[in-house]
Design a protein. Structure first.
Length: 125
């Protein structure tokens, strides 16, 4: 199980870094779909890693919203994580994407805040 946690966290961090890298380009060069997808998958993988760390199989949860609710049920501190505006949380992420830079920037910010929260909760250092 520990290997799955590490692998899932590594994937989340990689996706977060890729989204950040894309957002650092000049605005006219940003491929917003890349930021969107990378932020989505970072959020999903951070939540899955938390569940795996708590020995819960995340595959039974179909949406980010379901993953998030399960995380809250384990740790009430997750209430501090604001996923408001994450339009993908109740839909199939493979079919959902945003193309405007303010929206994808907000999703990146949520993924980054989730990363910071999990570090504070000492899921990983």
């Amino acid at each position: 199980m520990e290997n799955n946690v590490i692998r899932t966290l590594d994937q989340a961090i990689k996706r977060l870094d890729e989204a950040k890298e894309e957002l650092q380009r000049p605005e006219e060069d940003v491929v917003s779909v890349l930021v969107c997808k990378n932020a989505q998958y970072a959020i999903e993988n951070f939540l899955k890693a938390y569940l795996l760390k708590n020995e819960i199989d995340p595959t039974e949860f179909k949406t980010v919203e379901e993953l998030y609710k399960k995380c809250v049920s384990i740790n009430k501190n997750f209430d501090a994580v604001d996923l408001t505006g994450f339009n993908c949380k109740a839909r199939d992420m493979d079919k959902s994407l945003c193309t405007d830079i303010p929206k994808v920037s907000k999703c990146y910010k949520m993924a980054n805040e989730l990363n910071s929260f999990l570090r504070r909760e000492q899921l990983f250092s």
